[in-house]
Design a protein around this ligand. Structure first.
Ligand code: AMP
Length: 328
């Protein structure tokens, strides 16, 4: 029996942060390590164009995501790492998919409304169509499992709807892709409001941040007096508790929660320990990254071979879809 395929991607909009790492990349590494899956991981450069971007920096950002993948432990011997725009079949299939999606469905998506609110001048057709291209990214490999953060769930629902519609209308055999959830499926912002995001200043810690940078960023997380009758469910303190759970474990989190209800927390000490725990996890990734940075030819080879492997699968699916849709 052939292996179940896995597809995931990250936009090339800047350095990866803890949310990308815990919500997506850790799941990508976990699935790659299992023998049950064939894993394909892309850099979603086309998706990066849906919000304002710097064209002079795009290539550098693309390379940085590849470097982040490799340094976080993705192994190109096991996974196909590729750049979305180097597999043009994605955009052709995207167009074919767009014929089975209603405009109303896309316009009412909460993720679309959020992005428009963040970037009022970016209300483009490309942004509206983002989830249809994402459906194409996944279904072109007939992938059934997608390691992404919980914020992507509404987009996966669109992919499932498209799979059902294409199967029913044209007799195709697309799987309905499911999200592979990690413990860090939602990493909150350091500001205490919303999720950690590349596009929100002061919200994130990058995978490349050193101990001093992490300390500085955590020192800005808003806190309170350190004690209360009830544990805060949102805000900076809730963010700190989540990060403690993710980097220091449940027991540490419970210890701090008990302190909060009891004698009180000293945030300076808590932030110091948390900074060290985060840095401990990032240090090996950063060491691997500096090794890879000194070998750009290797990285270029990974990208070239990845595109070739991905195109082989993608072109077969596209051919099949075109035939079934009457395009010859
Ligand atoms: P993006 O940077 O929007 O392309 O996101 C890349 C991946 O990181 C997607 O799988 C997202 O779901 C995931 N991700 C982004 N931000 C977070 C976050 N704050 N918590 C968990 N996962 C996230």
């Amino acid at each position: 029996m052939s292996k179940r395929r896995v597809l995931s991607g990250i936009r090339a909009t800047g350095r990866l942060h803890l949310g990308n790492y815990l919500g997506a990349v850790k799941g990508m590494v976990e699935l790659e390590e299992s023998d049950k899956y064939e894993t394909l991981y892309m850099v979603a450069d086309l998706h990066s164009l849906t919000t304002p971007y710097d064209k002079e920096k795009l290539q550098e950002n693309v390379k940085n995501v590849v470097l982040d993948y490799l340094s976080a432990g993705i192994n190109p011997e096991k996974s196909t790492i590729f750049i979305q725009s180097q597999v043009p079949e994605h955009t052709e299939l995207f167009y074919l998919f767009s014929t089975v999606v209603s405009l109303a469905r896309m316009m009412h998506l909460p993720t679309y409304k959020e992005k428009i609110a963040q970037h009022p001048k970016s209300s483009t057709v490309a942004l509206l169509n983002y989830p249809v291209l994402m459906a194409s990214d996944i279904l072109i490999y007939k992938a059934g499992l997608v390691p992404v953060g919980i914020d992507q769930e509404p987009h996966l629902e669109i992919a499932r709807e498209i799979a059902r519609k294409m199967n029913a209308t044209y007799g195709l055999d697309f799987l309905e892709p499911k999200r592979f959830a990690t413990k860090g499926e939602y990493v909150p912002s350091l500001t205490g409001e919303g999720k950690m995001s590349k596009s929100v200043d002061g919200s994130f810690i990058n995978l490349t941040d050193d101990l001093e940078a992490i300390k500085k960023k955590l020192s800005k997380v808003p806190t309170d007096s350190g004690a209360g009758d009830m544990l805060p469910k949102e805000g900076g303190v809730a963010t700190l508790f989540t990060l403690i759970e993710l980097f220091q474990g449940t027991n540490e989190r419970i210890k701090y929660e008990e302190q909060y209800i009891g004698s009180g927390i000293k945030y300076s000490e808590l932030k110091e320990k948390l900074s060290e725990a985060i840095y401990e996890d990032l240090k090996p990734i950063q060491e691997k990254r500096s090794e890879l940075e000194s070998d750009p030819e290797y990285v270029d080879k990974v990208i070239k071979e990845g595109a070739e492997k991905a195109r082989k699968i993608a072109s077969e699916t596209l051919k099949e879809v075109k035939q079934k849709m009457g395009l010859g």
